[in-house]
Design a protein around this ligand. Sequence first.
Ligand SMILES: [Zn+2]
Ligand SMILES: [Zn+2]
Length: 348
Amino acid sequence: MKALVFHGPGQHAWENRPEPRIEAPTDVLIAVSAATVCGTDLHIHHGVHPEVPPGTIMGHEAVGRITEIGTDVRNFAVGDRVAVPPITNCGACAACQSGTSAHCSTSGPNGWLLGHSHDGVQAEYARIPFADHSLHLIPDNVTDEIAILTVDAMAAAYEMGVKNGAVSTGDAVVIIGDGPIGLSAVPLARLEGANHVILVGLRPFRLEAALQLGATNVVDASQDDWVERARAVLPERGADVVIEAVGSKEALEAAFDLVAVFGRVANIGVHTEPVLLPIEKLWIKNFTFTSGMLSCTSTPKLLQLIASGSLDASPIITHKIPLDKAVEAYAMAEAADESRATKIILHR
Ligand SMILES: [Zn+2]
Ligand SMILES: [Zn+2]
């Protein structure tokens, strides 16, 4: 089969690899029908995750058809169309049983196996460990490309943004970041009843998408005074919730600045440098700060919201290209200003 293989920082190739085989009785094999490139894949490609060994097949978000099941798999059958999240759930350890499979202790230091410690899903076929507790059947009226949004981008926006930030009726929410996660947070915050949803971003085509997704205001962050312009469209109290979906010092400092008394700053962006916490100003705000890695427990709920017509994420998908153009997809994702790419679907 063909797969996108990581060969160390800056090097990858679409090349021949042996087809995966069932290795444990809880495994399934899937024929990948859609995969996608995530910001985390770009980080791996640039060497930000040195724990990923050269030779690993990349990718951790997919939709596929089950082609073979292990002898202990009870919840799925050959032919099922399933959504494959980045986090696998062993179903047995304390973390998985409490709904925090990001910290699965059976799998290793955490539950992120695919395209990280194990071969991933940017390939024609993939082996999925702990299938019974990790995979999700896709409702018939949800397409592959929309289903793929529910395994990572929307799940991260929901679990670490909207839920950690405790977005509730009447809230003013600022979302910093116009990537697929920041944009996913827009309709999800509206569904929780937020009155003001203000998306801050750099790219005009993504600010347009934010408005289509239900943002009440957008703020162009390419101008220096963007924090003041975000404050100007907030209620006087500030932001009840700031969802930081960039992973930069500037974005997190702005979140601390904009948060209201009793507000919440919900970090999703992956940071690679320390950021100072100005506790001498913040303590008196009684604010709450959350961070974390998603556990993908929200994927079934997100699939149902989409199937019922309550949630539409389609403006996040900008490109659909064949799976064997995975190398080109990474280049398009890096050069988003020119390619106007937000989420690129790789389809078989
Ligand atoms: Zn991802
Ligand atoms: Zn576990």
